[in-house]
Design a protein around this ligand. Structure first.
Ligand SMILES: [Zn+2]
Length: 228
């Protein structure tokens, strides 16, 4: 077996990881049909993204779209039409190494509720939601393919690692692919909890408890800096 250059072996592993996580998300019903897409930055520059009209359940590592730093296709199938969602978040959030976008049921449902705060789509329900997702921003509805959605994400200035697109689904960044996938799952489960408890006057975490998480775990909450 010939020795691989370090960036090549990194790319081989990441290609397999994208397919493995995609399949796992699809098989648990977290994004139906050919919806949803995943991207990951490569050590050698550029990034991998899932192709257009591809089900996350049946991805082929060899056919993932490989893009250069400017988002131009280098190899593989044509990329998802939702590439602008990914570039907008990468451009404004320097720490982002991977992005997951799903059409997951509970997150989409949450995005349509009238009471949602666009700067905190979910209340502080659990410690793990805050630790993995921080605060979640909500951006308005845009027609699929409308470039204005990228401007809306850029307008958040990289302060949010998790963004909910109204009537569409979540877009979540992580400093690794695994972190982005786990944060997307946490957001979906927290949206489910919110819907289960809606109208039941549940106890959320108190301001004191949130402050404690910020202090102990370094949870980054965009609003927090303004409070003191
Ligand atoms: Zn979508």
């Amino acid at each position: 077996m010939t020795a691989m250059r370090p960036e090549t072996s990194n790319e081989t592993r990441l290609r397999e990881d994208v397919c493995r996580f995609g399949r796992s998300l699809f098989e648990r019903g977290l994004t139906p049909g050919s919806s949803g897409n995943i991207s990951v930055r490569l050590d050698g520059g550029g990034w991998l993204v899932t192709p257009t009209n591809a089900s996350l359940g049946f991805l082929d590592p060899a056919k993932l779209s490989r893009l250069d730093e400017q988002g131009r296709l280098i190899s593989g199938d044509a990329p998802t039409k939702e590439v602008p969602l990914h570039t907008a978040l990468y451009d404004t959030r320097g720490s982002a190494r991977a992005i997951v976008h799903l059409h997951s049921t509970h997150s989409v449902a949450l995005s349509m509720l009238p009471e949602i705060d666009p700067r905190a789509a979910l209340p502080p329900m659990t410690a793990y939601y805050l630790m993995k997702c921080g605060a979640t921003a909500l951006v308005p509805y845009y027609r699929p393919g409308d470039p204005a959605v990228a401007d809306a994400i850029k307008g958040l200035a990289g302060k949010y690692s998790s963004v909910l697109l109204a009537n569409h689904g979540p877009v979540v960044a992580g400093d690794t692919l695994e972190a982005a996938v786990f944060a997307t799952e946490e957001l979906e489960e927290t949206a489910k909890l919110y819907l289960l408890l809606r109208g039941m006057n549940p106890r959320y975490l108190s301001a004191e408890q949130v402050k404690d998480l910020v202090k102990v775990f370094g949870v980054a909450l965009p609003e927090h800096g303004h409070e003191e």
